[in-house]
Write a protein that binds this ligand. Structure first.
Ligand code: 3HC
Length: 310
């Protein structure tokens, strides 16, 4: 498969019908499926606040955002299907706990300010991680990411705006915003994955140009981007070791508690059980919608083939 690597090295796009190493195909299915699952599981923590949004405007924005996440899941399952898997199969693997979704969605949303912190930090981290995927070597994944990233930047801004308003509100509102940032900061840094020296997939994924930057490089980029934004918000990042390092041209920051990350990955985060249980239930309760949509599509196909024959 030297020919394949030559194409990748020349920054050519690999398309579904092109020859590809089986391990490349499997890596993409793993990553795209995990990404798609993250989008749809990610609807839960925010869906939790739709009925309690503080105004009609906030409610409408939050509903649109949660719907966007469902749409991102659809683009991504669609991209995975171009690799010869079925989305129903991928959903079964998620429900059986055999495929992962992002660690970040195993934390609870305790106050309205969490909607701000998720938008600002979680969607902010997602953008830093996902913009390079717009240049991923696999065409369908890269193209799906272009649209997703545009929507994510709206999500990030609405989160920033929620926190900006709360931070300049009453003392209680400011404290609520600070508390949300305190709780979401470290888990957001963990979203980028384990440190480079403990990331088994990075080297190969970078050689295949599925990943363009390492987990640690993207994490650093996120910290550098976020520190000045926190100042504008008038909020503090919960890490006394954050400081500008002129020599490195980056911000230094404190040690991440990787034991927490691995506990969440192993199913022991605060909300793992509830997230999966709700997802399985939604899938079961939605069976009639899938059946109706399939029946409608079959009918439509029959009608158009009869019309074509006439
Ligand atoms: N949460 C859960 N699992 C994670 C993880 C995280 N934050 N970070 C890494 N892992 C898992 C990996 O999947 C891998 O497990 P596996 O081999 O059993 O599949 C293991 O930890 C080792 O990590 P690696 O660094 O070797 O794995 P990768 O090379 O796949 O890198 C990644 C991990 C950086 C997350 C990469 O997969 C990636 O960039 N994925 C695409 C982006 C994505 O999935 N984002 C989800 C974020 S949320 C989101 O987008 C929704 C938005 O609305 C906020």
């Amino acid at each position: 498969m030297d020919e394949f690597q030559t194409l990748v090295d020349a920054d050519e796009r690999i398309e579904p019908r092109d020859a590809m190493p089986e391990a490349y195909r499997r890596t993409l299915i793993r990553q795209i499926a995990q990404h798609a699952h993250s989008e749809i599981i990610g609807m839960q923590p925010e869906g939790n606040w739709i009925s309690r949004a503080p105004s009609l405007r906030r409610k409408a924005i939050l509903m649109a955002k949660v719907q966007d996440e469902a749409g991102h899941g659809l683009y991504l399952y669609g991209a995975a299907e171009t690799l010869g898997v079925d989305r129903a199969e991928l959903l079964d693997l998620l429900h059986e706990g055999k495929q992962r979704y992002s660690s970040i969605f195993n934390y609870p949303t305790l106050t309205w300010a969490d909607m701000g912190a998720i938008g600002w930090l979680v969607d902010g981290a997602a953008i830093v991680n996902q913009v390079p995927i717009c240049r991923c070597s696999y065409g369908p994944y890269a193209r799906a990411m272009v649209r997703i990233c545009k929507e994510e930047s709206f999500h990030q801004r609405q989160g920033f705006e929620i926190l900006h308003t709360l931070s300049r509100g009453t003392a209680a509102q400011h404290a609520m915003a600070q508390d949300a940032v305190d709780r979401w900061w470290w888990p957001s840094l963990m979203m980028f994955g384990p440190p480079d020296d403990q990331s088994p997939n990075s080297a190969q994924s970078m050689a295949w140009r599925i990943k363009r930057f390492s987990n640690d490089d993207l994490r650093q980029k996120f910290v550098d981007m976020t520190v000045p934004q926190a100042e504008v918000l008038g909020l503090t990042l919960p890490d006394p070791q954050i400081r500008w390092n002129a020599e490195r041209g980056h911000h230094d920051f404190g040690d991440i508690d990787w034991s927490e990350f691995f506990a969440v990955l192993n199913g022991n985060g605060p909300c793992n059980a509830v997230r999966l249980e709700r997802r399985r239930r939604a899938h079961e309760e939605g069976a009639w919608v899938r059946e109706a949509a399939t029946a409608y599509a079959d009918k439509h196909r029959r009608v158009s083939s009869t019309a074509g024959a006439a």
